[in-house]
Ligand binder design. Structure first.
Ligand code: NOJ
Length: 746
């Protein structure tokens, strides 16, 4: 018998013994007691009326629950133990948006593996990660949890995370089930307000929002979670187009679908159903297998089946999806957790992995040359032998908690290395190695929190800058300003931080700004004041050490933006893969509000697509990021001028480091489908590779494209390719102009 048949036979054998109540029980996920087993839960688990618990991380309690489930209940079915392990467990990695900035899927896999090991050590066997929602609106707080604005990058990173959590086999010690969420369209919440309505034309849904879910499924993701939001009028938790037609019929997904927290009961709050019974009916028939925390299935599903509204066959399918996962996790054979099989949480190896991930997540956006004793050199890396003192300023410079970011239920700030700690340690070590040339580190907070409007500490911060040779300012957004339900209408730096930057800049000292944030911030007013800018996201436990590695040159920055940085909030949504429009803005067609004469005639401003009061371009484009090398691109060529439908074509270019320092560079390939039966994005990322380049090194980088890379959903909502002309670019960001072209033949 094949493995699949054997699995099916086990499921069928178990199903055939289950009562209706036991079947419904498998579809219920309930909150655990947090360190003890409450009496009601004990009884329910012992009677086989619970399929899963959420939020239990005490290993003894998890083992007790598994004992009740497997030894006390009639059929001995173990429990799924779910937890939000989003970017690390005890050891916190950069927020997913920061991990995406590394453009290094291997690091994402390793981070997920470490998280899985630490979580599995306490008995967790299912994480609600990765979030693969497309984040094109940084007002939405949950952009922190995703991999940015691009479907391809998000898909690659989501798949990388799935591989890390689930390992080679779900049954391996240290593997846990992953969950791609939130299916689907959540990132398009109106106005960036969490949980809000989404209206996404099916064509855009299929071309932009769904591909990362498909990528996660292709990587073997065990489960999917539905979105809180409604999609084109039908809440995702009762959306048969998503949950049945696309997920099961088109994609043949054989994993399990869980609702979001109470999202089935909320179907009535949406005004989509009249009551809990209808909500249970709609969710069950649309395709939600397990209900997270609300109790509409517990209260009504058995009756719906008895009354014939929900067929037994449908119920059996739902239960089979749950049982299949439990079999695949090996829980029937090994329900218990022995913590001694796992490395210590936050052990040296895990901390090193977090540091490596944080280093590669840092994006260098600006690095001006400054004059120093007749020579000019970039501000970064900071040359300690040319400094005698360094100011470290800002509320995030020495905050072990806020550098961890959102969703860190189990993160432990006692392991955090802050930027101030790491800079002090580095300067001290340098002083000792240098036989006494110490660099004094002066610290001031500047403001109490990133939100504070109190300027009382400005004077001290300015004084600290005055008596130092250079300034490292660590500002941004505290962890609590992004994540679920933490959305902002104005994505500039909160509080009086812009004023603080201006006050420090007025000292004339070179200023290195390190920004920690859970989203793309609109920092147009800030950038001119600083000589260097490092975008650090929320970098996690080892964030400070990683920042010091980059500031002092132990590592060259290699991150690239996974999101566009807008100039001002009003430009949102602003993303590189937009449509061309019939009247695209160009430098020659835009007019600024200040340049319009009084009573100018209506047609004098150029009729193209732009705002009058801000440039039509972003502040920093998707894919952008500098290093300590000097990277140039040349000689783009294709192996053939024509790509046949079943052939392949190689696109290559030289990437050269003309600088004096080794660097890693993310080489990116974009295409444009010049004419489509539906309008196509101006550019789409199709491939990337991170390469290491020694000073002076020239490397030929090659990418192979097939027709499948060029496929998209056309007017008929079928995945297709269209013969015709394609432009292709290779370069270091989405605005590279190194272009060639080829034709896809019929
Ligand atoms: C609600 C969130 O939307 C989801 O992402 C999370 O996994 C669940 N709650 C469980 O905590």
């Amino acid at each position: 018998m094949s493995d699949a048949n054997a699995e099916q036979a086990r499921i069928a054998a178990l199903l055939s013994q289950m009562t209706l109540e036991e079947k419904v029980g498998q579809l219920l996920q309930v909150p655990a007691g947090g360190g003890h087993v409450p009496e009601l839960l004990r009884r329910a688990v012992s009677e086989g009326r619970i399929g899963s618990v959420i939020n239990e991380v005490h290993v003894d309690t998890v083992n007790e629950l598994q004992w009740l489930a497997t030894r006390q209940s009639r059929l001995g079915i173990p429990l799924l133990v779910g937890r939000d392990v989003i970017h690390g467990f005890t050891t916190v990695f950069p927020i997913p948006l920061g991990q995406a900035a590394s453009w290094n899927p291997a690091l994402v896999t390793l981070g997920a593996r470490v998280a899985a090991r630490e979580a599995a050590a306490v008995g967790v066997n299912w994480t609600f990660s990765p979030m693969v929602d497309i984040g094109r609106d940084p007002r939405w707080g949950r952009v922190a949890e995703g991999y940015g604005e691009d479907p391809y990058l998000t898909g690659v990173m989501g798949a990388a995370a799935v591989r890390g959590y689930q390992g080679a086999s779900l049954a391996d010690v240290g593997s846990i089930a992953a969950c791609a969420k939130h299916f689907a369209g959540y990132g398009a919440s109106e106005s960036g307000r969490d949980y809000n309505t989404t209206n996404i034309p099916e064509n855009e849904l299929r071309n932009v929002h769904l591909p990362p879910f498909k990528a996660a499924i292709d990587a073997g993701v065990a489960t999917l979670m539905t979105s809180f939001s409604d999609l084109n009028g039908v809440p995702a938790s009762a959306n048969a187009l998503l949950l049945t037609q696309i997920l099961r019929d088109e994609w043949a997904f054989d994993g399990m679908v869980v609702s979001d927290w109470e999202s089935i009961r909320q179907l009535a709050v949406h005004g989509f159903t009249a009551n809990d019974r209808d909500s249970a009916f709609e969710a069950a028939t649309a395709g939600v297998d397990m209900e997270m925390t609300s109790t509409t299935y517990a209260d009504h599903l058995a009756a719906l089946v008895r009354d014939g509204h929900v067929s037994m066959q449908r119920l059996d399918t739902m239960v089979s999806n749950v049982l299949r996962l439990k079999f695949r996790l090996g829980l029937f054979e090994n329900p218990y957790t022995d913590a001694s099989h796992f490395p210590e949480a936050a052990c040296a190896e895990h901390l090193q992995a977090a540091r490596d991930a944080a280093v590669e997540s840092l994006v260098l956006l600006k690095n001006d040359h400054v004059a120093h004793e007749a020579v000019t050199a970039p501000v970064l890396p900071l040359a300690l032998d040319r400094l005698s003192s360094l100011a470290v300023i800002g509320p995030l410079a020495d905050d072990p908690h806020d550098q961890l970011g959102t969703w860190i239920f189990d993160g432990d700030a006692q392991y955090s290395v802050t930027t101030l700690q790491a800079i002090r340690a580095h300067c001290q070590a340098h002083g000792q190695a240098d036989g006494g040339h110490g660099v004094a580190v002066h610290y001031a907070r500047g403001v109490a929190t990133t939100r504070s409007r109190d300027r009382a500490e400005f004077a001290e911060a300015v004084a600290v800058a005055e008596r130092s040779d250079a300034v490292v300012l660590v500002l941004g957004e505290e962890a609590i300003l992004s994540g679920e339900a933490h959305c902002r209408a104005d994505v500039t730096l909160p509080g009086v931080q812009e004023e603080l930057i201006a006050a420090i800049a007025a000292t004339g000292k070179p200023v290195v700004l390190v920004l920690m944030a859970g989203r793309a911030l609109a920092i147009e007013r800030v950038v001119p004041h600083v000589q260097a800018l490092v975008y650090a996201w929320h970098p996690g436990t080892m964030g400070g050490a990683a920042i010091a590695d980059v500031l002092f040159g132990a590592a060259s920055p290699s991150g690239k933006l996974p999101v566009t940085l807008p100039r001002v909030t009003g430009q949102i949504p602003m993303y590189y893969g937009h449509k061309h429009t019939g009247k695209p803005a160009t430098h020659d067609t835009v007019v600024h509000i200040d340049d319009i004469e009084a009573r100018a005639p209506q047609l004098s401003v150029g009729n193209t697509s732009f705002h009058l009061d801000v440039a039509h371009t972003p502040l920093f484009p998707f894919g952008y990021g500098l290093s300590y090398g000097t990277i140039e691109y040349a000689n783009i060529t294709t192996s053939h001028s024509t790509l046949t439908p079943d052939g392949s074509i190689t696109v290559s270019a030289d990437v050269i480091n003309t600088g004096h320092r080794a660097a890693d560079e993310v080489v990116q390939l974009y295409v444009r489908d010049v004419v489509g039966n539906v309008t196509r994005p101006v550019r789409e990322l199709k491939a990337f590779e991170k390469v290491h380049l020694l000073p002076g090194e020239r490397r030929l980088v090659r990418f192979t494209l097939t027709a499948d890379h060029l496929a998209f959903y056309g007017r008929a909502m079928r995945r297709m390719t269209e013969p015709g002309q394609f432009h292709v670019w290779i370069g270091g960001s989405s605005t590279t102009d190194l272009r060639t072209e080829f034709v896809l033949s019929a």
